[in-house]
Structures are given as C-alpha cells and as structure tokens.
Design a protein around this ligand. Structure first.
Ligand code: FES
Length: 155
C-alpha cells in the first residue's frame, strides 16, 4: 500500500515537473530569453511611497498598469511598476520602469511602445499592446511629475 502511494507520488511529481517545463518552454518561445528571464525575476516590481510622478492606467484589455517615479535633480532616481496583468504586461512594466532610470523629462518623453518592445526584444503579436500600456503609463507619470513642478513654481 505504502509502495503504491510512493509510486503515485513520484508519478505526480514527474507530471508536475513536465507540466512546469512545458509552461516555461512556451513562455520562453513567446517572450524570448530576455523577456522570460525578466518574467521569472520581475525587477523593479512594487510600489514606491510618495512618488514624484505616478500614474495608473487601465488598458483596453482591462489590466491595470502603475508606474512610480522618484526624481533627484530632475532625473529619475527610483522607478517601479505594478500590474495585475499577464506575463507580457509584467515584462513590459519592468522594462518600462528600467528605461526611466537616470532619465530627465526630455528623455522620458521619448519612451514609446516601440522603445519598450525593443528593450524586451520580442513579445507575441497579440501582447504588443502590453508594451504600449506600459509606455502610456510612463507618459502619464511624467505628466503628473511635470504638473507637480508647475504647481511648485506657482506657490
Ligand atoms: Fe492586458 Fe497584457 S493583456 S496588459
């Protein structure tokens, strides 16, 4: 009885391992090596307290992307993203946040879906709107930062 139970557990472990390998293999095909690594290790994920630039945008797909920016001497010193979306949106948010680091508002305004996509390397065609959601959120966070600056100069 115990031997049979152990055998079943071993088979179950093997099934789970195979399933996981299959999922990882498919994700690697879809996201490329760079995107896959980022999905497994989502750098810049999280929320920053009291960001100078912040935006929360809901894409047409219904997923939410948030971007948090902290500035020092008019350059991004800290950045992060947060999303409830798919693997492609996690990867897009992560690369979008990374692209903002060390940049001034002029550079930030150049961040587009194409820039984010180029940084990732590749995304499935049907997920390319995720890169565009991340880029749009960066632009909104920049607008928020700029309006804060305008407000300060008026005070
Ligand atoms: Fe909605 Fe990726 S499917 S952002």
């Amino acid at each position: 009885m115990l031997r049979e139970a152990i055998l079943i557990m071993d088979q179950l472990d093997e099934f789970v391992d195979n399933l996981q390998n299959q999922i990882f293999e498919e994700a690697k095909q879809a996201l490329g090596e760079k995107g896959f690594d980022r999905w497994r290790n989502p750098k810049w994920n999280g929320k920053i307290e009291n960001p100078d630039g912040y935006a929360r945008v809901i894409g047409e797909c219904g997923d939410t992307m948030e971007i948090f920016l902290k500035f020092e001497n008019n350059r991004v010193s800290k950045a992060s993203y947060f999303t409830d979306g798919c693997a492609s949106s996690m990867v897009s948010g992560s690369f979008a946040a990374e692209l903002t680091l060390g940049r001034d508002p002029d550079d930030l305004s150049d961040i587009t879906a194409e820039t984010v996509l180029a940084a990732i390397g590749r995304l499935p065609k049907e997920d390319q709107h995720c890169a565009s959601l991340a880029a749009r959120t960066v632009q909104e966070a920049l607008t928020h930062y700029m309006s804060g600056l305008v407000k300060k100069t008026k005070e």
